[in-house]
Design a binder for this molecule. Sequence first.
Ligand code: AMP
Ligand code: MN
Ligand code: MN
Ligand code: MN
Length: 292
Amino acid sequence: MPTPHLTHLSNADLHCHSLVSDGTLPPAVLAARAKANGVELWALTDHDEIGGQAQALEAAQALGLPYLTGVEVSVTFAGRVVHIIGLGFDHQDKALAAGLRATRGGREPRAREMAAGLAAVGIHGAYEGALKFVGNPELISRTHFGRFLVEAGHCSDIGEVFRRYLTEGKPGYVEHRWAQLGDAVRWIVQAGGTAVIAHPARYGFSPTVEYALFTEFIAHGGRGVEVVTGSHTAADAVRYTETAIEFDLLASRGSDFHSPEESRTDLGSLAALPGRLKPVWQALEQRIHWPA
Ligand code: AMP
Ligand code: MN
Ligand code: MN
Ligand code: MN
């Protein structure tokens, strides 16, 4: 049985990014923002990287904010990138760290290829330009190229950058192989954590491929799906409420906050999870770092 304070907890925010990946704020600043916005349980989920976990945990403890360790792993599934959130794992786990390091390894050559693609359409110096926005040299991402292209005046906002330059078929897009679904789920589960499919509405899969994603994810040991997230519309949340029930998955909730300037959904400002769902945090009680 969950403890009473877990049963009543509603403002969990279990998805956001720091400058350890493609967010713009340090982990401790995010912790303070989460606390100020009324978050009751928080997780920092940087892309393919757990280097910010110790700082996030320490800051959360100092603020009296319950914390779950987190990560968002990039996976290639059916030719597209799918994100798998890990929650409540041991952030000292060696195999998880090694798997994430291998996943990050492709980013540097990919970034150079992206810059070459952009140079071919007359946008020069994009690699060096993107690097100026990078907080972690192992984690250069499309977001950093986006910030450069806006700063250099090629686009008016990041959304326009992705539409014109950084998505499939566009000059700065590079086909890339990320981790395999089964590996990502295993790294998380073997480190004591729970794996969750992030923002499923974003992938644009056909019903058949989406069914394959969910069934394979569960077969590998995955247990949850993000239902209420800054990356979903209200209609998406309704749709994936049904999916969570159909597949008997735990439900997660997270803003996917990256930056005060760029993100529409702030930490702690999401709609509640529908009451019919089983919140993922109720299954993670033993993994929560409660304040002393
Ligand atoms: P990468 O891991 O390098 O492929 O970069 C993916 C990141 O780009 C995501 O985590 C988002 O932060 C960001 N992103 C993806 N699509 C968009 C979009 N349409 N507009 C703004 N940011 C986006
Ligand atoms: Mn991101
Ligand atoms: Mn994502
Ligand atoms: Mn994210």
